[in-house]
Every structure is written in structure tokens, then in C-alpha cells.
Design a protein around this ligand. Structure first.
Ligand code: ATP
Length: 248
């Protein structure tokens, strides 16, 4: 059975006369890893905003885990199991790494009405979570002391603390040195298949390496969709995008 984890149908977003998304349909079955690629300004982040509930479309609908959520606010979609990371990291830089995790765990516990027994238990759990990601040695560092690559990993750790069923990753490897990008790629690759992942990714090696299928946006429209092999051989995609990337 192929349940649909997240879908946008005929999504249209306008800024004035400009169509940032123009009748875009993206349907992602549960357990799939989908890459969303396309030139700068193609509308990828806008589509993420529509899926996650931060951007209100003028047309189309969004379904999450079998329910229509087009008009549901972002925090309610989050409670249903949707987590999102952003292009620019969204961490509390002055707090420690463990405190950032504790805050997420506390918010999550409250959201699900789980009773938690105070800061000590939360701190222990935060350190356990960090250990799972080989980051326990950073528990008491202020976040701003983390290298950029570690901050990007921490973003994913925080998203994972919320026990998501659908994870939207906005350019997880952007700005990372090759070794850090490789580490982050293997962390994402190792996430359980129970989590459906949609990721915006400019690095084609990462996108094609991680994704089961790839959707290509261009000028607000869906240009092509297929397996990494199909997309890398698609003449329209090569002309519109891959040619450009190859010449970068
Ligand atoms: N709030 C806004 N107001 C006006 N125009 C916007 C707004 N948000 C996005 N746009 C425009 O919509 C278009 C699509 O932007 P979007 O960020 O979705 O593209 P993208 O594919 O994610 O690009 P990138 O790869 O550069 O992040 C761009 O031309 C952008 O300037």
C-alpha cells in the first residue's frame, strides 16, 4: 500500500502579479525520500512554506498524512507530525546545545500533554539525544561556539526530537565544507524509513544520492519528475538547470 505522506495539489502562490508557484502538484508517498531541485528563485522554498503552513496559497490544496490541512496553521501541522528545517539556522545561539534540545523536548512534551518531571530529567534526556548523534561532548557549549556544520546537524537533531513522520529539509548541506556535507548526508541517509523526507538541495551529488525520486521546479512550475537516473538524462532538465549547475 502506498499511503501519501504529504501532497500539494495545484498549489499557486502569487506575490502581486508574480507567480512564485503556478499550479504545482507534488505528491510524496510515505517512506519516500524526495529531492526538490531547480534554479534560484524557482519557487522551492515557497512550496515548502505552503506545505508547512507558513505561506498561504491563493489556489490548491495541501494534504498531510491523509487529512486536508490547507487552512491549518503551521503549529497544528507540526503537531500532526510535520517538521521543517530552514535555510538559515534557527537556533538559540546564546543557550547551550543541551538547552536548545531541552527546549524542544519540553515544547514537544507539552504539545502532546506528556507529563515531564522537571529540568533534570529533561537534561538527562537531552544528553542522551545528543549522544545518539555523537554530539554529547558539545552539550554545555553555547550554540554559537559550534562549527557551522555542527549547527546544521543540531537543526536536524531538534527536528528529530519532535518525532516527525514527515521531515522537510531546506538545503541541509548549504554552506558546508565537503567533509561536513558528507557527514550530514550520511546522517540523513541513516534516518529511519518511517520518516518521509522532502529536501531542497542544490548539490546534485547529495540530491541524487539520497533521493528515491526528484522533482524539478522552474519559474514556479513543475518541469519534470522521476528517478535520479531519469532526471539526470532528461533533456529539458539539463537545459534548464543541470547544464547551468555543471558550468558553475
Ligand atoms: N515574500 C515574498 N514577496 C515577494 N516575492 C517573493 C517572496 N518570497 C519569495 N518571493 C519570490 O518568489 C520567487 C521564488 O522564491 P523561492 O525562495 O521560493 O525560490 P527558491 O527556488 O527557493 O530559490 P533559492 O534556491 O534561491 O532559495 C523568487 O523570485 C522570490 O524573489
Amino acid at each position: 500500500m502506498n499511503d501519501i505522506a504529504i501532497a500539494g495539489h495545484g498549489v499557486t502562490v502569487r506575490y502581486g502579479a508574480f507567480h512564485a508557484n503556478d499550479d504545482v502538484t507534488l505528491v510524496v508517498p510515505a517512506g519516500e525520500r524526495r529531492a526538490l531541485i531547480g534554479p534560484n528563485g524557482a519557487g522551492k522554498t515557497t512550496l515548502f512554506g505552503v506545505l508547512a503552513g507558513q505561506v498561504r496559497p491563493v489556489g490548491g490544496r495541501v494534504d498531510l498524512l491523509g487529512r486536508e490541512v490547507t487552512r491549518r496553521p503551521a503549529h497544528r501541522r507540526a503537531r500532526m507530525g510535520l517538521a521543517r528545517t530552514f535555510q538559515i539556522t534557527n537556533l538559540f545561539g546564546e543557550l547551550t546545545v543541551a538547552q536548545n534540545v531541552q527546549l524542544t523536548l519540553a515544547a514537544e512534551a507539552r504539545a502532546h500533554w506528556v507529563f515531564w518531571r522537571g529540568p533534570d530529567m529533561l537534561r538527562d534526556r537531552a544528553v542522551e539525544v545528543l549522544a545518539e548523534w555523537d554530539m554529547e561532548h558539545t552539550a554545555d557549549w553555547p550554540v554559537r561556539r559550534l562549527a557551522y556544520g555542527q549547527q546544521r546537524v543540531l537543526e536536524i537533531v531538534l527536528a528529530m526530537c519532535r518525532g516527525p513522520r514527515v521531515l522537510l529539509l531546506d538545503e541541509p548541506t548549504a554552506g558546508l565544507a565537503p567533509a561536513d556535507a558528507e557527514r550530514l548526508t550520511s546522517l540523513v541517509a541513516a534516518l529511519p524509513r518511517s520518516i518521509t523526507i522532502v529536501m531542497i538541495e542544490h548539490d546534485m551529488a547529495v540530491a541524487f544520492g539520497l533521493a528515491d525520486r526528484v522533482s524539478v521546479l522552474q519559474q514556479g512550475r513543475l518541469l519534470a519528475e522521476g528517478t535520479p537516473e531519469e532526471i539526470s538524462a532528461d533533456q529539458r532538465v539539463i537545459e534548464a538547470y543541470l547544464g547551468e549547475v555543471a558550468h558553475d
